[in-house]
Design a protein around this ligand. Structure first.
Ligand code: HEM
Ligand SMILES: [Ca+2]
Ligand SMILES: [Ca+2]
Length: 348
């Protein structure tokens, strides 16, 4: 049987990603005009700041390219930040609000489900906002900066480039209690995840293509440890995991007493590159989370995985389109519903 990836090299890749600093091969793949304007999202527009802040994307770009050089994990961190923002009350930067000292109610970023969001994502937006405020004070929303930064990182890591539509306002509400029901978990069923995405106006295909963001970044042991020792309460490891990957993951993630900070790369073949290897991995039982591997086991999602595994351009095109769709969930407009923050972590 032909094996597309050298399985022998997987464990070394894996160890390398634990111990070696990030050395990124920067590809400059360009995917222009990937998205069409659809009436569905006509509230937002590519040239929204054309008059009021024409150099906006350059300002944000100066921060993202610098951050990407210094700490490439800023990429996955920011893309996940956008996902967790858009799924909770729409793309309104509600995720960026910090809990007020002494306040009884926690803000979104302090919800249990958001504890693992890396500081690099928040830092990217904070730094970009400082520059943008100095050049175009009071004009640009934090939510728009987040959408632009996420796009920049996708492209910097080797993924598609696409135009970002703008015109979002920042949200006035950020409550930790709203997070849990809106964010999928590593052990959620495909059925549950499909329903959740549908409730945000996203299709099964959008769901599978957006999960392709797990082509880079890391997950903590607790999210996949049951696959290693006690899959679905059977007392056995998950039969749908490659034995070599199983061995390496078990070394790092013991049943008890492990270090809570240990993380494993989502994509054991190209952990730093934004490509379609995630889907090929699923076909070869190299998925990390139970929810990742489940996409290849469910008959509704399996053919979509197969399609993206063999066609990177198709994946890039669909990803660019779906990111725009996700970045347009329930966008707020106007002063009555929204605000324009000066400091993204504080309401006006
Ligand atoms: C389909 C359902 C999804 C589930 C169940 C899920 C679950 C998770 C989990 C458990 C982690 C690990 C967090 C940690 O341990 O630190 C993670 C990380 C990540 N997720 Fe997802 N996710 C899903 C969809 C998405 C989507 C739609 C995106 C973006 C478009 C995304 C982007 C990311 C990224 C980039 C990371 C790595 C973050 C980092 O390394 O800092 N995920 N996800
Ligand atoms: Ca939000
Ligand atoms: Ca990859």
């Amino acid at each position: 049987m032909p094996v597309p990836y050298s399985l022998a090299s997987i464990s070394s890749w894996f160890l390398i990603t634990f111990f070696v600093l990030f050395t990124l091969t920067r590809t400059s793949f360009c995917f222009a005009k990937a998205t069409k304007t659809t009436s569905h999202h006509s509230k937002l527009s590519v040239d929204y700041y054309a008059k009021s802040c024409p150099k906006l994307e350059e300002f944000v770009g100066s921060v993202t390219s610098q951050q990407f050089k210094e700490s490439p994990v800023s990429g996955p961190a920011t893309i996940r930040l956008l996902f967790h923002d858009c799924f909770v009350g729409g793309c309104d930067a509600s995720i960026l609000i910090a809990t007020k000292p002494g306040s009884k109610e926690k803000a979104e970023r302090d919800a249990e489900e958001n504890k693992e969001l890396r500081v690099e994502g928040f830092e990217t937006i904070r730094k970009a906002k400082v520059i943008v405020e100095s050049k175009c004070p009071g004009i640009v929303s934090c939510a728009d900066i987040l959408a632009i930064a996420a796009r920049d990182y996708v492209h910097l890591a080797g993924g598609p480039y696409y135009q970002v539509k703008k015109g979002r306002w920042d949200g006035k509400i950020s409550r930790a209690s709203r997070v849990g029901p809106n964010i999928p978990r590593a052990n959620s069923t495909v059925d549950h995840i499909i329903k959740l995405f549908n409730s945000k106006g996203l299709t099964i295909e959008d769901m599978v293509v957006l999960s392709g963001a797990h082509t880079f970044g890391y997950a903590h042991c607790k999210h996949f440890v049951t696959r290693l020792y006690n899959y679905r309460g059977t007392g056995q490891p998950d039969p749908n995991m490659d034995p070599r990957l199983m061995t390496v993951l078990r070394m790092h993630c013991p049943t008890y007493g492990g270090n809570d900070d240990i993380v494993a790369p989502f994509d054991v073949t190209t952990p730093f590159l934004f490509d379609n290897a995630y889907y090929g991995n699923l076909q070869h039982n190299l998925g990390l989370l139970p929810s990742d591997q489940a996409m290849f086991l469910d008959p509704r999602t399996k053919p979509i995985v197969q399609g993206f595994a063999k066609d990177k351009q198709k994946f890039f095109k669909a990803f660019a389109f779906a990111m725009n769709k996700m970045s347009s969930i329930k966008v707020a407009r106007g002063k009555r519903l929204g605000e324009k923050r000066k400091d993204c972590s504080m309401h006006v």
